[in-house]
Design a binder for this molecule. Structure first.
Ligand SMILES: NC(=O)c1ccc[n+]([C@@H]2O[C@H](COP(=O)([O-])OP(=O)(O)OC[C@H]3O[C@@H](n4cnc5c(N)ncnc54)[C@H](OP(=O)(O)O)[C@@H]3O)[C@@H](O)[C@H]2O)c1
Length: 338
């Protein structure tokens, strides 16, 4: 076992799109687990859009990462040393912390993983926070019914791919929006959406008219900006807009003028935001539904795995520019289960 840890720290707060110089990569001593804690060796680090908010310093529903701190993130790894009765050396678990190779975390907060149930990396994607986000957004807010039209932005991504497949299982017509021909092909041909539209095409509004002849009943909003502007006026009466995220606006330095929300009144729309972490008590229910579907291949997923912690800043910047194709993970070390 190496005696040193390696970490990515926040060097300064990004101004607009982050750049590699906003991050510092350093060696550090290996942390010692205290009573009730374990030392986890990271195998996969999840990179997620919410991290842009955490490094901005804005007050939000969660504490920001301070300058000089390890960047926040969730890790799947292997227990190296345990001071917790429920976890042994060699166990696989989800719940390691941060952009670093090793972390010490309370054993109580870890989810033990069985490699024969699903690849352990899926605990950060389809069977983890992003999959759960899709499930909560649809079941609590969207509530799609058979025959309704559901539109999903960032449809090839970690949340969108699951949301579309779940809506399809409920009998809805599902239209995905993604960036570029390859992602659109994947969304339609491999994930089984009814149609996929490229948000870079010159007239997204006309493409939506054609793909959604009966209008839009549910919009799963992951993107904001121009995509939101094209979808919003096409919502039907009593439409539901699942306000999950607006990634296209995360690097804005000045706020944009908002949509004309008067439609929400006229059309009796329900527009509701949600944060997946308020709903963890339903995680068991989600995993019981989704894990067998993943195992049987009925719920499909794609991972975009970048090797090496040192490449995390560049991969994260790529995520904010749509360069990832599938759930973005950093491989921190060799995965003995694959
Ligand atoms: N509310 C919650 O609790 C919660 C939890 C998790 C995630 N979220 C939100 O869900 C959304 C999706 O997250 P994810 O983890 O599934 O990420 P992801 O889709 O795997 O990756 C981000 C994707 O966003 C798209 N994108 C980036 N910039 C864009 C732009 N300017 N215009 C249009 N699309 C753009 C890109 O896809 P294309 O190439 O297809 O454009 C990119 O691949 C994010 O807004 C995130 O903040 C919310």
């Amino acid at each position: 076992m190496p005696e040193r840890n390696r970490q990515v720290l926040l060097k300064r707060r990004p101004n607009g799109m982050p750049v590699p110089g906003d991050f510092d990569i350093v060696d550090a001593p290996l942390p010692e687990p205290r009573d009730g804690e374990v030392l986890l060796r990271g195998l996969y680090l999840s990179l997620d859009p919410y991290m842009r908010g955490r490094i901005s310093g804005q007050r939000s529903y969660a504490r920001p990462v301070e300058i000089g701190e390890v960047i926040e993130g969730r890790v799947v790894g292997q227990v190296v040393r345990s001071n917790h009765p429920g976890l042994c050396e060699g166990d696989y678990a989800m719940g390691g912390y941060g952009w670093q190779l090793y972390s010490t975390v309370p054993g109580n907060g870890l989810l033990k993983l069985k490699p024969n149930e699903a690849p352990i990396s899926t605990a950060l994607g389809i069977l983890g926070m992003p999959g759960m986000t899709a499930y909560i957004g649809l079941s609590n807010i969207g509530e799609p019914k058979a025959g309704e039209t559901v539109v999903i932005s960032a449809a090839s991504g970690a949340v969108g791919a699951v949301a579309g497949q779940l809506a399809k299982r409920q009998g809805a017509r599902v239209v995905g929006i993604a960036g570029g021909a390859d992602k659109c092909r994947y969304v339609k041909d491999e994930l089984g959406f009814d149609a996929a539209l490229d948000h870079r095409s010159p007239d997204l509004g006309a493409a939506l008219e054609q793909a959604c002849p009966k209008g839009i009943d549910v919009y799963f909003e992951n993107v904001g900006g121009a995509v939101q502007h094209a979808v919003f006026p096409r919502l039907n009466d009593f439409g539901r807009m699942i306000m999950c995220g607006m990634i296209s606006e995360y690097n804005d330095t000045t706020p944009r003028p908002g949509p004309n929300l008067m439609s929400a009144v006229r059309k009796r729309l329900r527009i509701q935001g949600f944060i997946v972490s308020d709903h963890w008590q339903r995680y068991g229910e989600f995993r019981a539904l989704a894990a067998p579907l993943v195992k049987s291949g009925q719920l499909r997923y794609r991972e975009d795995i970048v090797a090496g912690l040192d490449n995390a800043p560049e991969a994260f910047i790529g995520l904010l520019q749509g360069k990832n194709f599938g759930k973005l993970l950093i491989r921190l070390g060799p995965d003995p289960t694959r």
